[in-house]
Design a protein around this ligand. Structure first.
Ligand SMILES: [Fe+2]
Ligand SMILES: [Fe+2]
Length: 323
């Protein structure tokens, strides 16, 4: 049956439930699911696969080929999905799973977390679940030195803050482990900071694809306030540490006082901050210029290289250009 036929065959249309986005690469091909999967058709969520059915690998590939990156579950199925995801993340530690497949799973796990991070910071149970899953992703980056290469090779161009945040989180974790950061707590804080770094931009309703040069008046003012806004929104959350707040507040600081809001010298910031700021600026450059990482890199470095530590740029170039 084709996707369209399956969609036409969808039996239930739900309009009052709360839906949560989950990313396709977190679904295991040809395995039974323990939750209903919905897709969006004409702004309505319809059931695509029922619990106790399987989602075929070919269907997943076909959806990805059509640029459908995520499907939806109901909030009441979230626990079932998270248990399923827990089991799937075991693949990240397996030696008989291809690195490219593991990289897709790691990246899409980060995408699912990027989409749900605010809720996951609300309760201890949700937070612990998130950090357990992030720890497995971090272990993958820490033990597989080609992880970042594969993530970069498969990273699509971000079109919104959620995709941008999961790109930045995966690049930052990959680069940090290659740069020698080993402490799990430091990597976890960097990962969380990357997932939430542009929350202020989302709250202020900014268009993430609008280049700064085209902003003026109130839009520019809001843009220049988005790091402060993000830190303010996060400061009341129970699991946000002072180091995560600092990473978010400083994520647009560049070079010797060439960023904002405080015109700090990036050389004086923590290593995690330097990595986050580089990964953020690079993904933003790709996103706004609509260029994939491989074609954007030279241009990005030509225009922005002076704003970042040379050793981190060298590491990024080495990874992007490695065969
Ligand atoms: Fe930002
Ligand atoms: Fe950003």
């Amino acid at each position: 049956m084709s996707i369209d036929e399956s969609l036409n065959d969808a039996r239930i249309s739900l309009s009052i439930m709360t839906f949560i986005p989950v990313h396709l690469n977190t679904l295991r091909p040809d395995q039974i699911i323990s939750f209903d999967i919905h897709v969006k058709v004409d702004n309505r969520h319809v059931v695509y696969r029922h619990r106790d059915e399987k989602i075929e690998g070919e269907k997943i590939k076909a959806m990805l080929a059509k640029q459908i990156k995520k499907v939806f579950i109901t909030e009441s199925d979230e626990e079932n999905y998270l248990s399923y995801l827990d089991a799937g993340l075991g693949d990240l530690a397996k030696t008989d799973v291809a690195v490219a497949d593991k990289a897709n799973l790691a990246k899409d796990t980060l995408s699912t977390h990027a989409a749900n991070i605010e809720r996951n910071l609300e309760t201890e149970k949700a937070y612990n679940r998130s950090t357990d899953q992030l720890a497995k992703v971090i272990d993958f980056f820490a033990t597989e030195n080609k992880a970042l290469k594969h993530v970069l090779a498969n990273a699509g161009l971000a079109t919104d803050n959620t995709e941008h945040s999961s790109n930045v989180a995966s690049y930052a974790l990959g680069l940090a482990t290659l740069a020698g950061i080993k402490k799990p707590e430091t990597l976890l804080e960097l990962g969380i900071a990357a997932l939430v770094h542009d929350l202020g931009s989302t709250k202020l309703g900014l268009d993430p694809l609008l280049p700064r040069e085209k902003m003026k008046g109130d839009t520019l003012k809001r843009y220049l306030g988005h790091t402060t806004e993000g830190a303010a929104v996060l400061s009341g959350k129970p699991f946000i540490t002072s180091r995560i707040l600092a990473l978010v507040a400083d994520h647009e600081e560049l070079g010797e006082g060439r960023g904002y809001p405080e015109k700090k010298n990036i050389a004086n910031l923590s290593r995690s901050s330097q990595i986050l700021n580089l990964c953020n600026a690079f993904d933003k450059y790709c996103m706004v210029s609509k260029q994939p990482v491989f074609t954007a890199l030279d241009e990005f470095i030509g225009k922005n290289g002076e704003f970042f530590p040379t050793d981190l740029l060298t590491l990024l170039v080495t990874v992007v250009t490695a065969k």
